[in-house]
Write a protein that binds this ligand. Structure first.
Ligand SMILES: NC(=O)c1ccc[n+]([C@@H]2O[C@H](COP(=O)([O-])OP(=O)(O)OC[C@H]3O[C@@H](n4cnc5c(N)ncnc54)[C@H](OP(=O)(O)O)[C@@H]3O)[C@@H](O)[C@H]2O)c1
Length: 329
């Protein structure tokens, strides 16, 4: 089968289209013919240095896919070949390929009387909506009418937050973007207001919940924008900055809180909770309640997908399409 393999850490050119042996599922696993593989900043970090060697070379990047089940292991119940599915964000990689093998526990069926969700929308939307629900509902304990700020507002993960926050009853949802040219694109995602990141230290606006996938200087600026009893949810570090350290006495004196949320680790620690969030996420995406911007590229353009992500040009999610109606297995 065709796959994108990283033999040596490096720039986007490290992503090489390669013929490799197709994997087959073990007892509690399924294989999936991949129609859409999500591209995320985490894949870029793995490509650069394996996130400090966490992912050794050689490896196939990609942590989330959508497609159709090919084969099921002997111990798998409730999943059948041909079924349309999407996977949760899982620890482990291998999505940029025509066929992946994953544990059945991370697979979500998409068939329904109203018809399957398109694979690119499913993989672009559902895993990130699960993360947004966990961040806003479980970590932030979002309350009705809470004012929300989302940093890096047009990024793949961030882009679903305005829809999900509104679905949970939030008040105004503001996005922060680095460039004036991104303001219109953020408004199209459902943000009520958009601030430039440079304005954060000077704005008079205050927020009950701040969602931060960016880290670094933006996180420092955002911490001072929390209302009393406000919560900053750290969901990423797109800026690749040194981590921001927060004094617990400062939190005491300011009546504020900081909570982290990592969906892959939560999936390992609380699988049932994540699967119940996933059922809600599928309902929201199926109902069209989430704006899911997707840009699809053929598998062989994986390097171009990473270039776009690193240049911060992408809005929403880029997906690769290994298996299409023109290019079947
Ligand atoms: N918590 C979880 O479970 C979870 C799940 C998915 C992703 N993540 C994490 O969330 C972060 C965002 O991931 P993503 O896939 O959404 O990335 P993305 O699509 O590239 O979005 C990142 C956003 O951050 C901003 N940014 C600021 N400094 C940046 C820099 N130096 N390089 C790139 N972007 C920068 C950009 O917005 P501006 O240009 O407007 O500043 C960009 O839109 C990553 O750290 C990822 O690991 C966490």
């Amino acid at each position: 089968m065709r796959a994108i393999v990283v033999e040596q850490y490096g720039g986007p050119e490290a992503l090489r289209l390669t013929d490799v042996t197709a994997p087959t599922p073990g007892g509690d696993q399924v294989s999936i013919a991949v129609q859409a593989a999500a591209v995320g900043l985490i894949d870029v970090l793995f490509r650069r240095d394996g996130l400090g060697g966490l992912v050794p070379v050689p490896f196939i990047p990609g942590i989330e896919v959508a497609g159709r089940i090919l084969e099921v292991g002997d111990d798998v119940e409730g999943l059948t070949p041909g079924q349309p599915v999407v996977t949760l964000s899982r620890p482990g990689t291998s999505g940029y390929a025509e066929i992946v093998v994953v544990p059945a526990s991370v697979v979500l069926p998409l068939d329904d009387d109203s018809g399957p969700i398109a694979p690119d929308t499913a993989v672009a939307g559902i895993p990130n909506v699960v993360t947004a629900l966990a961040a806003l509902d479980d970590a932030a304990r979002l309350r009705a009418e809470d004012e929300v700020l989302v940093l890096g507002a047009t990024g793949g993960l961030a882009s679903v937050f305005p829809s999900v926050a509104k679905a949970l009853g939030a008040g105004r949802v503001t996005g922060a973007v680095s460039r004036a040219g991104s303001v219109e694109r953020a408004l199209a995602l459902g943000y009520d207001d958009v601030l430039l990141t440079d304005e954060l230290p000077h704005t008079a606006a205050r927020f009950d919940v701040i969602v931060d996938p960016v880290g670094g200087a933006s996180r420092v600026a955002a911490l001072s924008l929390l209302q009393p009893l406000g919560r900053l949810i750290a969901v990423g570090n797109a800026s690749d900055a040194e981590q921001v350290l927060v004094g617990t006495n400062d939190l005491w004196l300011s009546n504020t809180g900081v909570v982290g949320l990592n969906i892959a680790a939560l999936l390992e620690a609380r699988p049932q909770r994540v699967r119940s969030l996933a059922a809600r996420a599928i309902d929201l995406v199926r109902a069209g309640a989430v704006i899911v911007p997707v840009e699809s590229l053929p598998l062989e353009q994986a390097a171009e997908a990473h270039r776009r992500l690193e240049s911060r040009e992408a809005v929403g999610r880029i997906v690769l399409t290994p298996v299409t109606s023109e290019r079947r297995l």
